[in-house]
Design a protein around this ligand. Sequence first.
Ligand code: MN
Length: 492
Amino acid sequence: MSAQDLTKLLNSPTPEEIALVEKAYAFAEQAHKDHKRLSGEPYFIHLFETAKTLAEMGMSGTTVSAGLLHDCIEDVGVTPETVEKEFGKEILFLVQGVTKLGTVKYHDSTIHRESMRRLFVAMSQDIRVLIIKLADRLHNMKTLSFVPAHKQKRIAEETLEIYTPLAYRLGMRKLSREFEDLAFVYTMPEEYKKIKEILGKKGKENIERLQKFYKSVKKAVATEGIVCRTDYRVKSLYSLYKKIQRRKGDIASIYDIIAMRIIVKDNADCYRVLGIIHGIWRPLPGRIKDYIAFPKPNGYSSLHTTVFTGDGSIVEIQIKTEDMYADSEFGITSHIAYKGGLSKKSLNTNFAWVKKLLPQKTHNDATSKDVPDWVKQFINYKSNNDDLIDDLKSDFLRERIFVFTPKGDVIDLPVDSSTIDFAFSVHSDIGFSMSGAKVNGKISALDTKLKNGDIVEIITKPKGKPTAKWIDLCKTTIAQRHIRAFLNIRKK
Ligand code: MN
């Protein structure tokens, strides 16, 4: 373990960046010298692992340094002034952001809600604070066995309930899979054991057979002069558990327990590789998906196919470029520039809302008009309003769909949202004057449930006015609150 283990992971770092991480490393090691974790290990290991996760995600020297320093104010009494003097305002802001998120008291639901609120406020101010918190949580989950037993389940539940969907929504699929597997064993030990048994048997055979298959695929691709690397991901035990439940126990029909990835240089090579594979192995009908020509509404791009390997197994293959791969595994973190936190590439539609949460020139831009309503509500939230936290939590973390305005702007809504939800998400004035809606060009009822990718046009009339019935027709709290407020005013 050395500072170099971190700096070598940085993405084309400047000499200043390397020096910064080295300085933070030495500072944190010294500050936490006499500090131990529950496991008895030096506390510094936790800081190193958090920083390493951040570096592996491609975060900048600034964020990695903040990862090393994230517990020094709270746990060993380093003053904010010292952090600012040694490391500057930006790092102090990040460290304080993480510190303010605080320790969550798992037994108290009010404090739990308060932590949720802090999480969202932090995220709205600077998304990097949340990313550090996620990296911190990952190491805490990896070392959960040292935590007193009565706390383990609550911590694991919170990870599944809050941090996992949050990571997933930020496109950090690799992290969300890790969270799921680390938490599953504590939240449902019986189920975990069962799934592990099933997978253990099936998984071992699978991996051995697949390794042979991978070799043949690589060879076939290389013969055609295409450079590629391969990788595979094993479905998390938790998502496998959920899928087996959905399929009522039919594990034989689940082909993506292990998915092979072939990563190539560009789009053209993706299609060439697909052609080569289909020329040799027979694809399963109906499972060829071209998410390059038709990306998923959340921005996911890749070619998918499922083939018979010839030795009795069936395997899913995903073909993508390095960029597509980074997007699908690391999400938002693959978009954050290593300098200054601005967007490296154009953020895809999935993260349009997050772009507004990236660091601005000042850190209190969160009330500007670009910020989504739900963020403003959080910022203006008064601590006695617990409902709002629950509502926003469920709106935000529930499964989402992405629908479009006629101009092609993306509106991000919870599953089962109606055209009324859409109208109020675009603008409250549009909601208040709504008289009807067209979905994909067709006049549709107000309670039409929207689907991913729908194009929605709201028809407005000066006299169009919400009625009490509308409240039942919408799913989002924002729409419901606007309508209730409107009806109350009218009553008066
Ligand atoms: Mn920590």
